[in-house]
Design a protein around this ligand. Structure first.
Ligand SMILES: NC(=O)c1ccc[n+]([C@@H]2O[C@H](COP(=O)([O-])OP(=O)(O)OC[C@H]3O[C@@H](n4cnc5c(N)ncnc54)[C@H](OP(=O)(O)O)[C@@H]3O)[C@@H](O)[C@H]2O)c1
Length: 296
């Protein structure tokens, strides 16, 4: 199969591209600079130079491929529209990357008992309404002759297999700990996040490409822990004693930005990947973010 991957130089897209190459597929990857193009070429990916804003370029790449993985930006509505227009009526697979922060509750460090599986309805907060609308647009393409599916990863950990090896949340918490001399979470840090290893996530994409029915939506997780426990593990990995320190909402917004502070570091995002396990036979191997946290 010839697969067009956006975000091919990124953490998720690069890892999915590597897994596709490992499974013998041909991969064409969107990159923004010639330098990134050389990096992905070294990994066996054929680079296409451009951006998500170039609808014609996206359409041409889509038309020349058998399937599409979109992993560059969960919020770029125009790119999704361009890709779907080119895919309409083709029956080809389109896997869109969203994220489990869509159920984020802005709890600012407090825990929640609310758990979401793939069928649990929810109303997104204002900061995630547009992202959820993009997901719904993708799923609606099932009625337009596209085998469209959405994957919503939870907190991803583990080294990426592409040109970009770092995820987002844990590395930023590590950087903050180094800067502060102590690991820090928002408020009590009792807010819970589901998590998934990047290798298991890449496997889920391959399974979805092969077998996801049109209109399917999958969370990706295999375990969960609180931000406080993640920060304790970071502290120990840095050679400290596991102590952590709370940060206020205002400090968190100044550190991470308003959106990430509210929907990522301060929220609960407890999801269950029931559909991927049941429908795709997905059986993630890695189960502990805490054991895996290591400092490079
Ligand atoms: N990592 C996580 O834990 C996680 C979890 C859930 C959801 N997500 C979502 O998944 C998406 C990808 O995340 P990631 O961790 O893989 O991020 P990443 O490592 O920053 O990768 C993003 C990739 O997309 C490319 N890209 C971004 N905007 C682009 C544009 N306008 N045109 C062309 N290429 C563009 C970047 O290119 P450059 O290399 O040139 O920057 C990079 O290769 C994001 O929307 C993120 O919110 C991430």
């Amino acid at each position: 199969m010839r697969v067009f991957v956006t975000g091919a130089s990124g953490y998720i897209g690069g890892s999915v591209a590597a897994a596709l190459r490992g499974a013998g597929h041909q991969v064409v990857g969107l990159v923004r600079t010639p330098q990134k193009g050389e990096q992905v070429r070294a990994l066996g990916i054929e680079p296409v130079l451009g951006t998500l804003d170039d609808g014609k370029l996206l359409a041409d790449a889509v038309l020349a491929s058998d399937a599409v993985v979109h992993a560059a930006d969960a919020d770029h509505r125009a790119a999704v529209e361009s890709i779907l227009a080119a895919l309409a009526g083709s029956g080809k697979a389109f896997i869109h990357t969203s994220g489990s922060s869509i159920v984020g509750d802005q709890a600012w460090g407090e825990p929640s008992g609310k758990i979401y599986d793939d069928e649990t309805p929810f109303v997104p907060g204002p900061g995630r309404a547009a992202r959820v609308a993009v997901n719904q647009r993708v799923l609606a393409a099932a009625r337009e002759g596209v085998r469209a599916a959405v994957v919503s990863p939870s907190l991803i950990y583990g080294p990426g297999r592409g040109a970009h090896r770092d995820s987002i949340q844990v590395p930023r918490l590590v950087a903050l700990a180094r800067k502060s001399g102590i690991a820090r979470h928002i408020g009590r840090g009792e807010n819970l996040w589901s998590n998934v290893h990047i290798d298991d996530l890449a496997d889920l994409y391959l399974r979805a490409l092969a077998n996801a029915p049109a209109g399917a939506s999958y969370y990706a997780e295999n375990g969960e822990c609180s931000m406080r426990r993640a920060c304790e593990a970071i502290s120990r990995a840095l050679g400290w004693d596991g102590r952590t320190q709370p940060m206020s909402k205002d400090e968190a917004i100044a550190e991470f930005g308003a959106g990430p502070a509210a929907y990522t570091y301060g929220s609960n995002s407890r999801v269950r990947a029931t559909r991927a396990r049941r429908e795709l036979g997905w059986a993630p191997r890695h189960s502990s973010l805490l054991e895996t946290i290591g400092i490079e």
